[in-house]
Design a protein around this ligand. Structure first.
Ligand SMILES: Nc1ncnc2c1ncn2[C@@H]1O[C@H](COP(=O)(O)OP(=O)(O)O)[C@@H](O)[C@H]1O
Ligand SMILES: [Mg+2]
Length: 350
């Protein structure tokens, strides 16, 4: 099996088929009884095991953070082992917390138990990235969080990967997650046998055998919706205004667009909150709008399936789309998703 540098390869297969064992052989937590594993031109079985593990990030379910260490100390673990100087370590902690969307001032000194499951998982990713390893191993990292948080973590990973281009081996038993995140998917059967190793599109179009067919599952039209990204469809304009902007101008711009709600953005264009036009008019100001932590949004890398999910639980009939650094990009309408679905069905039926 060859894993191209800079790609995300998903190992997917039933429980007990050897996914975790495969990962642990890559970073030598388990030694293979036969065969060889190379990273670049180097045989890992000949490398110094400690040295090897410091250059491979490892993320596990539940994040595996040390409970008695602060978030910052958890992230700093490997850099300190590598004897980075204090200034560089401190700067790296803040940089990584920013990268995984946690405010450093707020989270650096907290303890893991003071964080939600999703936040702990983000810190787990930050810790794995701390020494900037070229390879990341992720073993069912998002298996223990609720579906909405999982979708956000997946989107964040895709956004990170656009910037970082790591070689990522990612284990899951969820085929939808494999399709969404994987450049390639290896479908494993009991005994770590590779039944099929290909792109998501190729596996969906031509499953290797009945086992893969079962695994891929039914509902192909909806699955196709998981292969189309938000960036591939047309975005629409919502009424938006920066926090602190002129309220009267914002109200009249929203009315011109025929909108009842305004999306208020912070000074870096990140969506803060949906505010009714009527409230803005009554208050006469946009300067006291706070962040709504439950604001539903997807990213350009999200699938149309994710967008549909968010839309079905939102009261706006559209879902907000963000791009790099979480900046506002536009909205997806339900009509856009319906159109895409019809086109996909048209393309896949004779
Ligand atoms: N290639 C293999 N040869 C022999 N035993 C294996 C192999 N791969 C996994 N196992 C054994 O199978 C069991 C489950 O493996 P594990 O990697 O934890 O599965 P998974 O992560 O896919 O659920 C473990 O006891 C492991 O030692
Ligand atoms: Mg496992």
């Amino acid at each position: 099996m060859e894993i191209p540098a800079g790609e995300i390869v998903m190992l997917v297969g039933p429980s007990g088929c050897g996914k975790t064992t495969t990962m642990k052989m890559i970073n030598r937590l388990i030694e293979p009884t036969s065969g060889r594993i190379f990273i670049g031109d180097d045989d890992v079985t000949k490398a110094n095991a400690d040295d090897l593990r410091r250059h491979i990030g490892y993320v596990i379910q539940g994040a595996g953070l040390f409970p008695h260490m602060s978030v910052g100390d958890n992230i700093a673990l490997v850099p300190r082992l590598l004897k980075w100087d204090k200034k560089k370590v401190d700067a790296r902690i803040d940089e990584l917390l920013e990268l995984v969307n946690l405010d450093p001032g707020q989270y650096r000194d907290r303890y893991p138990k003071e964080l939600s499951g999703g936040q702990q998982q983000r810190v787990g990713v930050a810790r794995a990235l701390a020494a900037d390893p070229p390879v990341l191993l992720m073993d069912e990292p998002f298996g223990a969080v609720d579906p909405i948080t999982r979708q956000r973590l997946q989107d964040e990973l895709l956004r990170l990967q656009e910037e970082l281009r790591k070689t990522i081996v990612f284990v899951t038993h969820d085929f939808d997650e494999a399709m969404k995140l994987g450049d390639r998917i290896a479908i494993l059967q009991v005994g770590s046998q590779i039944v099929q190793y290909d792109t998501p599109e190729a596996i969906l179009a031509d499953p290797a055998d009945e086992f893969v067919e079962d695994f891929v599952g039914s509902g192909t039209a909806l699955k196709q919706l998981s292969l189309t990204r938000v960036r591939d469809v047309e975005l629409h304009d919502a009424a938006v205004a920066r926090v602190g902007a002129d309220a009267r101008e914002a109200v009249s711009a929203a009315r011109d667009l025929g909108r009842e709600w305004i999306i208020v953005l912070d000074d870096q264009d990140r969506p803060l909150r949906w505010v009714p036009v009527r409230d803005v008019e009554r208050n006469g100001t946009l300067s006291s709008v706070t962040r709504d932590d439950d604001l539903e949004a997807v990213t350009l890398s999200s699938t149309l399936n994710d967008a549909l999910d968010e839309m079905l639980t939102s009261s706006h009939g559209v879902v907000v789309v963000t791009g790099r650094r979480n900046a506002y990009q536009g909205v997806v309408r339900v009509e856009t998703i319906m159109d895409a679905m019809q086109q996909l069905q048209g393309a896949s039926s004779p």
